[in-house]
Design a protein around this ligand. Structure first.
Ligand SMILES: [Mn+2]
Length: 318
C-alpha cells in the first residue's frame, strides 16, 4: 500500500490549518487519545493551533498519557480542520454533532486502522494492516522526518501496547515489534504503560472477576465458553463499568475455547453480550449481528432484553 499521497495530503492540510480540532472516539482508549496527543504535540511545535476535544468522559486509567490534562471541554469556533483518531465511523466520535457547530464545514481527516472504516473523511489515512492508530501515526511522522520526542513515544507505544494486548494478540506483527522497539529507543516508558493499562485493578473488580470466572461453563455442543455477571454482582463488589471492561479480553486470552461470551445484566433490564475469539477462521460479529448487535470479527457485542436468575438447574435468562 503506497501511502505517500495520503501522507502528503494530510501533512499539507495540517500545515495550512488555522486551528485544528483533534478528536478521539467516544470513551477513548489510549490508542485513540494517544493518537490525538502526538499530533497535538507536533502541531504545537509547529506553532499551529490545535485543540483536543472529547465528547464523553475519559477513563482515568489512561491519565498517565503525557498531555492528558490538555483535553479541552469546549470546541473553539475558528476550527478549519478536524482530525479524528481511531474511529471506524463518524458517529463513534460524535463527528456529525461536532460538525454542526460550524457554519463552514471544516476539512475532516480520519486517521484509523479499522478494517470497517467507512471512509467518512475528506482525507482518509486509513491502514487496516497497522496494529494501532498510533503505529500509523508513527509511520506518518517517520515519512515526514518529524522528530519523535519521548512523550510522543510514550503516547504511541501506549496505543500499540493496548491494541496488541501487550504484543500478544493477532494484531501483533513484525512491524508492530519494530515500531515498539524504535519507540523504546525514543524514550517510551513501557513499564508505566503496562502497569497503568493492564495491571492495576481495584479489589472490587478482582472480586467480580472471581465470581465471573467461577461460573464459567463450556457449551456441550459448541466450542464456546461463557459466563455471567448479574446486577447483584455489581452492587456486592462495588465496581464501575470500566472495572469489568478487561474481563472479556482476559477470558479470551486464557480460555481453552474458540469463542468466549460474557453475559452481563445491565441496570435497564437488558443483557449485554461480549463475544471474543482468537481463532483466525471465526467471525464473532456475524453472531452479534444476528442478535441485533455488531462489532469486529474478533470482538463483538449485542444487547437483548432480559434478566439473569439462578435456578436449581443453573443460571437462566428470563
Ligand atoms: Mn485502535
Amino acid at each position: 500500500m503506497d501511502l505517500t499521497g495520503t501522507f502528503n495530503k494530510t501533512h499539507a492540510t495540517l500545515q495550512k490549518a488555522q486551528h485544528v480540532l483533534l478528536i478521539p472516539h467516544r470513551h477513548p482508549d489510549s490508542d485513540s487519545l494517544g493518537g490525538a496527543l502526538v499530533f497535538h504535540e507536533w502541531l504545537e511545535q509547529k506553532n499551529i493551533r490545535a485543540t483536543i476535544y472529547c465528547a464523553t468522559e475519559i477513563n482515568p486509567n489512561i491519565s498517565f498519557l503525557p498531555g492528558y490534562h490538555l483535553v479541552s471541554e469546549s470546541i473553539p469556533d475558528d476550527i478549519d480542520v478536524v482530525c479524528v483518531f481511531d474511529s471506524g465511523d463518524a458517529q463513534f466520535a460524535y463527528l456529525p454533532e461536532i460538525l454542526e457547530k460550524f457554519p463552514k464545514r471544516p476539512t475532516v481527516i480520519s486517521v484509523d486502522h479499522h478494517v470497517s472504516n467507512d471512509m467518512y473523511g475528506d482525507i482518509n489515512l486509513v491502514v487496516p494492516t497497522c496494529a494501532s492508530t498510533t503505529a500509523l501515526s508513527y509511520q506518518f511522522f517517520k515519512h515526514h522526518n518529524i522528530h519523535i520526542t519521548h512523550t510522543m513515544a510514550t503516547n504511541m507505544l501506549a496505543g500499540l501496547v493496548t491494541d496488541t494486548g501487550i504484543f500478544s494478540n493477532p494484531a501483533t506483527n513484525i512491524q508492530a515489534m519494530e515500531i515498539g522497539s524504535d519507540l523504546m529507543n525514543a524514550g517510551a516508558r513501557i513499564e508505566r504503560i503496562v502497569t497503568s493499562l493492564m495491571r492495576i485493578k481495584p479489589i472490587g473488580a478482582l472480586k467480580l472477576w472471581g465470581r465471573a470466572l467461577s461460573r464459567i461453563e463450556k457449551h456441550p455442543n459448541h466450542d464456546i465458553a461463557y459466563t455471567i455477571i448479574t446486577q447483584k454482582d455489581h452492587k456486592d463488589c462495588d465496581v464501575t463499568k470500566d472495572d469489568i471492561a478487561g474481563l472479556a479480553n482476559f477470558l479470551n486470552s486464557v480460555a481453552d475455547c474458540a469463542v468466549t461470551l460474557i453475559l452481563k445484566e445491565t441496570e435497564k433490564g437488558n443483557i449485554k453480550g461480549s463475544l471474543r475469539t482468537t481463532q483466525k477462521n471465526v467471525d464473532v460479529s456475524k453472531f452479534a449481528i444476528a442478535l441485533g448487535g455488531g462489532g469486529h470479527a474478533k470482538a463483538a457485542g449485542f444487547t437483548i432484553p432480559g434478566k439473569i436468575t439462578e435456578t436449581s438447574s443453573g443460571w437462566k435468562i428470563i
